[in-house]
Design a protein around this ligand. Structure first.
Ligand SMILES: [Zn+2]
Length: 481
């Protein structure tokens, strides 16, 4: 393995977040009754004429700009001809020799190293329908077709063969997904097929300049499959070469159940698409004014937000990375800071306490029972010493479970910090009196046992004693005063 290097390029398809399809007014909603969102245009009936969805074009332009692509003044839709039951027109409308945008790049990070991955092209196309081979009483004899997805707008993003490992491919797809979500171009829901990925994979001896023969691996529709399938395919190709064979240029499918890639039947995938410009659609002409409008509507991108969080809030790159993983989480953090939470504390609590609980309860940040405002309220109380950090965590747990306000919980459960030094001193004296052995050790120079005493006092006060007062009082008592 160490003598070889993998060369990987990804082709990513993403559904655009439009209400209606690419060339007709049918709804794009997922999960509707089969074949309810169809019309003569998306069913490819004779005489029906497509009209380009302006919103889809705007979203595709936004994606192009976010990926640093050069938007072409003129692009053109072409017919990609092939016959398959889920494609009623007999062709897919795509872009071929004149794509919407070219020559972009994104920066990905793997194990602390940043790498620039080229984006060859971005083009628009319409999706095909869906064949249903399972779930019907007569599924052993018949397949069913749902045309709802027919004509749903897609962008295809083709990367340069710049990726060298499954980890880099994973990071690229993750970064791409983050950008498409931030820009609201796509919801990137992989379970619903809104983000799909195919890979071109080849191997070559390390240091070689020529690319090896590549295989296309289809159906990598989850992050986990992507890494597994690429690892499998790379090892397979190396084994073929090592045993004196050669790689066949072919299309392979990731078989999830078997955990391997398998060749597709060649008849199922003929490469002769006989592309030609679609005579029913005008060329797409993108003016400087349109590009400028897209630029103005562009939200802050993940990389810019990551840098700004570090400089504006003084938090680490790691924390900033956690907080900017999604736009919603980043917004949550900024709302909490705006509501008065100290930034570093908020970063810490959100990335540890909050995310852990969201994870445990399988909730997203948008369903979080604790509002940014209540979190800020709690963190201010910790900051001002009204409650200790330990108590804060207990209050937070109740807030998360019940959605109640911190002040209510603190009052109802008597959790306010004990700052009354005479009360702390009384408890500290009792603790010390119970452990003459440890007192002797301390006085003999073993300072380690001091922590034991602090722990005991905190336990007796249910973590509510002011830690600084506990330290001072214990030192005084133990030194024999
Ligand atoms: Zn339609």
């Amino acid at each position: 393995m160490a003598r070889y290097e993998a060369v990987i390029g990804l082709e990513v398809h993403a559904h655009l977040q439009t209400m209606t399809k690419l060339f007709c007014g049918c709804s794009t909603r997922f999960g509707d009754a089969p074949n309810s969102n169809t019309c003569p245009v998306c069913l490819g009936l004779p005489g029906a004429l497509p009209v380009l969805n302006r919103k889809a074009l705007d979203l595709a332009l936004r994606a192009s700009m976010a990926l640093g692509c050069k938007i072409q003044e003129r692009s053109r839709f072409a017919r990609k001809n092939y016959f398959y039951p889920d494609l009623p027109k007999g062709y897919q409308i795509s872009m071929y020799e004149l794509p919407l945008a070219i020559a972009g790049a994104i920066v990905v990070e793997v194990e602390g190293e940043k790498k620039r991955i080229g984006v060859t092209r971005l083009h628009m196309e319409d999706d095909a329908g869906k064949s249903l081979h399972e779930g019907f009483p007569d599924s052993d004899r018949w397949s069913y077709i749902d045309f709802n997805r027919c004509g749903v707008p897609l962008i295809e993003i083709v990367s340069e063969p710049d990726l060298r490992s499954p980890a880099e491919a994973y990071a690229y797809l993750n970064t791409l997904k983050q950008i498409l979500e931030y820009t609201e171009v796509s919801n990137c829901n992989m379970e619903e097929g809104s983000l799909r990925c195919d890979a071109n994979v080849s191997v070559r001896l390390r240091g070689a300049h020529k690319f090896g023969t590549k295989a296309e691996v289809k159906n990598l529709n989850s992050f986990r499959y992507l890494a597994h399938a690429l690892e499998y395919e790379i090892e397979r190709q190396i084994a073929v070469i090592e045993s004196g064979g050669s790689i066949t240029q072919e299309t392979r499918l990731w078989n999830l159940a078997a955990g391997r890639t398998e060749p597709m039947r060649s008849k199922e995938f003929a490469h002769d698409y006989r592309y030609f410009p679609d005579p029913d659609l005008l060329p797409v002409s993108v003016s400087a004014v349109m590009v400028e409008a897209v630029r103005r509507s562009m939200p802050e991108l993940p990389a810019a937000k990551l840098a700004r969080f570090q400089s504006d809030y003084g938090i680490t790159e790691y924390d900033a990375g956690v907080l900017t993983a999604s736009q919603d989480l980043a917004d949550y953090f900024e709302s909490a800071v705006k509501a008065g939470a100290p930034a570093k504390t908020a970063a810490n609590w959100i990335s540890v306490e909050l995310l852990r609980r969201l994870n445990d309860t399988r909730k997203g940040i948008s369903d979080c029972p604790v509002t940014p405002h209540s979190l800020a309220d709690l963190l201010r109380k910790v900051d001002k010493g009204e409650i200790t950090a330990g108590t804060g965590k207990r209050v937070f747990a109740v807030m998360f479970e019940t959605g109640r306000q911190p002040a209510d919980i603190i009052a109802a459960e008597g959790l306010a910090q004990i700052t009354d030094t005479s009360a702390i001193e009384k408890i500290a004296r009792e603790v010390v009196a119970k452990s003459p052995d440890n007192v002797a050790k301390y006085r003999a120079g073993n300072e380690g046992v001091f922590k034991f005493f602090v722990g005991q006092v905190m336990r007796e006060t249910r973590g509510q004693a002011n830690p600084q007062a506990v330290n001072e009082i214990l030192k005084r008592i133990l030194s024999g005063e």
